[in-house]
Design a protein around this ligand. Structure first.
Ligand code: NAD
Ligand code: TYD
Length: 351
């Protein structure tokens, strides 16, 4: 089996669902169930013996030791993290604890277990660390996209904590020989995306008649990848990636935030027109910019294509249509995640 951490979050739950749709190899899913973790994402796996869920922290060494000894996974895939830049600006403590200290404890637990394995299992074992393009910092307009050799220049508490975790993973390979792989992916979107991030927030706010808050001038650029394409890239890296290497994963879809919001409004105008006949674009409002806001991210995904033959299956057009459709078709999921804690965040961030 494989051990997935953070498998109740946005990308982790998509990964677990896709994994079990493609293979019968069981998944041990370790997730702390923070505000971002949601077992409803995995409701389709209820009663499926291939999925074993454990609520717990990647920083809990005793729990990890027990789980690793009991289940003997052939690979550990680390999705668990605090992941929201805006939250990291309000308070970075949880980011330091989970992304840095937690990754360190996980690496140590996995290393101790790996050392007990027979030689053939030790050689086949993999630790795959899921990271972000944000570790590379911000690109000037027209500058070449991030390659795997780009210098690390993280600018937010979130990206700094992810950069630190990437460095720990690298060091555990170089110093201790742990067979690691790292992926650095661009912004994901798709089903089960918590509605505090740009795309789901805009869909949910539009439908609720609320303002669509654009930070600053809305000309910041992100490189968007449909989440299921990220999942297929991770499966491919796990299968064929070279130990110690990092792979950038991206969709070749650079868009400004304003373009994204216009696209969402136009799709909703067609799929669920407003009762008054006006466009959802009328709800767009400009709000003060995020402090230290990175201007542009862009991923050069040629290495993973050249060396591992991976390419995204979706274009932005097909992916965003499916995403908007998914949110329209799952109002009960949206309603359930908009708990008291969610409302507290929205009140703190947007007033
Ligand atoms: P998310 O915030 O939706 O989910 C994170 C999950 O980790 C949650 O289920 C949460 O309960 C769990 N978790 C948090 N702290 C934990 C801990 N200490 N122990 C165990 N579980 C814990 O995040 P996501 O968007 O799904 O991102 C998953 C990973 O992918 C993260 O490492 C993130 O940095 C990376 N990533 C995200 C994106 C993106 O666009 N969302 C892009 C590139 C990389
Ligand atoms: P986000 O989804 O938080 O991802 P990240 O900051 O990790 O790239 O934000 C994506 C972009 O959208 C980013 O440039 C910030 C911007 N944004 C807004 O303009 N308004 C919002 O309400 C949110 C949440 C984000």
């Amino acid at each position: 089996m494989i051990l997935v951490t953070g498998g109740a979050g946005f990308i982790g739950s998509n990964f677990v669902l896709d994994w079990l749709a493609c293979s019968d190899e069981p998944v041990l899913n370790l997730d702390k169930l923070t505000y971002a973790g949601n077992l409803a994402n995995l409701a389709n796996l209820q009663g499926d013996a291939r999925h074993v869920f454990v609520q717990g922290d990647i920083g809990d060494a005793a729990l990890l030791a027990r789980l690793l000894a009991e289940h003997r996974p052939r690979a550990v895939l680390n999705f668990a993290a605090e992941s929201h830049v805006d939250r990291s600006i309000h308070g970075a403590e949880d980011f330091i604890q989970t992304n840095i200290v937690g990754t360190f404890r996980l690496l140590e637990s996995v290393r101790a277990h790996w050392l007990t394995l027979p030689a053939d299992e030790r050689a086949a074992f993999r630790f795959l660390h899921v990271s972000t393009d944000e570790v590379y910092g911000s690109l000037a307009p027209g500058a070449p996209a991030f390659t795997e050799d780009h210098v690390y220049e993280p600018n937010s508490p979130y990206s700094a904590s992810k950069a630190a975790s990437d460095h720990l993973v690298r060091a555990w390979h170089h110093t201790h020989g742990l067979p690691v792989l790292t992926t650095n992916c661009s912004n994901n979107y798709g089903p089960y995306h918590f509605p505090e991030k740009l795309i789901p927030l805009m869909i949910v706010n539009a439908l609720a008649g609320r303002p669509l808050p654009i930070y600053g001038d809305g000309q910041q650029v992100r490189d968007w990848l449909y989440v299921k394409d990220h999942c297929s890239a991770i499966r491919r890296v796990l299968q064929a990636g070279v130990v110690g290497q990092t792979y950038n994963v991206g969709g070749w879809n650079e868009k400004t935030n304003l373009e994204i919001v216009h696209t969402i409004c136009d799709l909703l105008d067609a799929m669920r027109p407003r009762a008054d006949g006006a466009s959802y674009r009328a709800q767009i409002t400009h709000v003060p910019d995020r402090p230290g806001h990175d201007r542009r991210y862009a991923i050069d995904a040629r290495k993973i294509e050249r060396e591992l033959g991976w390419k995204p299956a979706e274009t932005f057009d097909t992916g965003i249509r499916q995403t908007v459709r998914w949110y329209l078709d799952h109002p009960e999921w949206v309603q359930a995640v908009q708990s008291g804690a969610y409302r507290d965040w929205v009140a703190a961030q947007y007033g």
